[in-house]
Design a binder for this molecule. Structure first.
Ligand code: UD1
Length: 340
């Protein structure tokens, strides 16, 4: 079994990926500082898989703590790196914290991976690196635009750091997965998304509104260039995203990668408006949502959806779940968390 360090493995996408890695016979060590996650997700993983991943509480941006971790687990062969600060608005207020945390973590992890002889690195990137693309669906060859926030910029800079580092050191190979909009939860409802405080993202906002925790969903803008005027994104099931990480690691371990740094879009490949999401949620949950249209949110692109043909041909990855499946699991998870 290959030993993999999963940073941020207690978080939303991290916990679902840990599950898939453990089900694919990877041995997982999680490192998480619980700045935006809950150790309870590890209990959920254990209940589903029947085994408990090793968990180390530490901060990836702290070199000394990471060195200790690598000394203890000196047989780590690869890293799946999720741990990062990720609130767009907060990143505008605290840019230095974002640049420090998100870039130092990458530098520490790559340095230690090289020092201890590990070879594989999978990075959690984002479609934010494209800004508002001129041509849709957006392919990996699309030139990147200036990021709309410090957070988005840390993803772009992160990709550059990784690319330069692996090209200079041919022993490490890396894959950056550019996520579109992952939603939903594991169907068992043992793990899911647990935003601390007010959610930033659409689907947790919808489920919290349906659960009666928030009085009203605000829809940010109805004057976009779309069928109903609301913005278009590419939503897909987080379990499908988790599988993409396993396939990326498999590719690196098999040596099927075509260069030391590869990038893949991961999304459903379909643009859906905010109002379409609201209607689909009402259909699958049977709950009528209270919502109002308000002004646009600063920094939001109009429309983004993925061309996923590269992930399909190279990784053998494609979404399997429908939007409705994903929304239903998000709702079931919210109901379980709230005891409804
Ligand atoms: C957001 C983040 C992005 C992150 C991604 C996945 C911003 C600007 N971008 O992208 O960095 O990688 O999530 O975590 O925050 N919406 C509403 N009402 C709400 C919330 C959202 O109408 O209460 C709308 C948004 O305007 C947008 C769509 O729903 O059109 C999706 O929003 P969201 O879930 O925040 O995702 P992104 O903006 O695509």
């Amino acid at each position: 079994m290959h030993k993999i360090l999963v940073t941020g493995g207690a978080g939303y996408i991290g916990s679902h990926t840990v599950l898939e890695l453990m089900n694919s016979d990877y041995e997982v060590v999680i490192v998480d500082n619980f700045s935006n996650s809950n150790p309870k997700s590890i209990d959920g993983i254990e209940r589903i898989v029947g085994r408990r991943p090793v968990l180390i509480e530490a901060d990836c941006s702290d070199y000394t703590q990471m060195l200790e971790l690598f000394k203890k687990h000196n047989d780590i062969e690869g890293i799946v790196h999720f741990a990062a600060l990720k609130a767009v608005g907060e990143s505008v207020e605290k840019p230095l914290s974002y640049y420090k945390n998100n870039t130092l973590s990458i530098i520490n992890l790559l340095s230690l991976l090289r020092e201890f002889g590990g070879k594989h690195f999978v990075f959690s990137s984002s479609c934010m690196v494209y800004g508002q693309p001129d041509i849709l669906p957006v392919t990996e060859l699309t030139p990147l635009k200036p990021a709309l926030s410090p957070y988005g910029n840390t993803k772009k800079i992160g990709e550059d750091i990784i690319k330069d580092a692996v090209l200079a050191n041919t022993n490490i190979s890396a894959i950056a997965l550019r996520y579109f909009n992952p939603i939903g939860a594991h169907p068992s409802t043992e793990i899911g998304e647990l935003p601390l405080g007010k959610p930033d993202n659409l689907v947790p906002f919808i489920t919290q509104t349906a659960a009666g925790i928030r009085p009203k969903l605000q829809i940010f803008g109805d004057d976009y260039d779309s069928s109903d005027g609301t913005a278009i994104r590419d939503y897909f099931h987080v379990m499908d995203l988790a599988k993409a990480h396993v396939l990326a690691l498999d590719r690196l371990f098999k040596g099927s990668n075509k260069s030391n740094f590869e990038v893949f879009n991961v999304g459903a490949g379909k643009g859906v408006t905010v109002l379409e999401i609201v209607k689909a949620f009402e259909r699958v949950s049977g709950v009528k949502l209270n919502y109002e249209i308000v002004g646009r949110r600063a920094g939001d692109p109009d429309k983004v959806w993925a061309d996923t043909s590269l992930a399909e041909s190279e990784l053998g990855w494609k979404v399997k779940s429908t939007l409705e499946d994903a929304l239903l699991t998000a709702w079931n998870w919210e109901k379980k968390v709230r005891g409804i």
